[in-house]
Design a protein. Structure first.
Length: 166
């Protein structure tokens, strides 16, 4: 049974997150972003502790998308992201969350730990240009991406460079 109250709150929080990040991308203004992330992280910890991963069965497809986004942006708490990754993996295995969410969060956790990513979803801006973070087994990248429902690395790279021009 879908919990509309939980889904609505996820959507409200994700909308606030998206607006703040878009403002940062467009203007360079990031005031308040750290607090938004901290509040969302604390809240997501309580949600996951109480309900497990908020997948589609609990919060609907959009709610599951919003939950993933909030955890993806919990970068100041890599331990929480790592724990949430295990919950998300179980949800994906049960068909309650999309595999692409698992790909993105897996890469996020790996990069935060100083390791090479698997799916090529994480980029860095070194001040001169946007570049993908190092990838393990680059020859098998597109095959791994396809298995997770992602497009090719080249198509993703093109979108990233359009979205975040240097």
């Amino acid at each position: 049974m879908i919990r509309a109250d939980l889904s609505d709150e996820l959507h409200r929080r994700a909308d606030t997150d998206r607006r703040a990040r878009n403002r940062w991308i467009e203007t360079g203004e990031f005031e308040g972003l750290a607090q938004i992330d901290a509040d969302n992280t604390a809240w997501m910890k309580t949600v996951i502790a109480k309900h497990g991963w908020p997948g589609a069965a609990l919060v609907g497809d959009q709610g599951a998308e919003d939950a993933w986004l909030l955890v993806q942006h919990a970068d100041r708490d890599p331990e929480f992201q790592s724990q949430a990754l295990q919950q998300l993996k179980s949800a994906v295995d049960a068909g309650d969350a999309p595999a692409r969410h698992l790909a993105y969060l897996t890469d996020r956790v790996l990069v935060a730990a100083g390791k090479r990513q698997l799916y090529g979803t994480q980029y860095a801006d070194d001040g001169d240009s946007l570049r993908p973070q190092p990838v393990r087994d680059p020859e098998g990248l597109d095959e791994r991406r396809a298995a997770m429902g992602l497009d090719t690395a080249a198509a993703y790279d093109e979108r990233m460079r359009e979205r975040y021009p240097s």
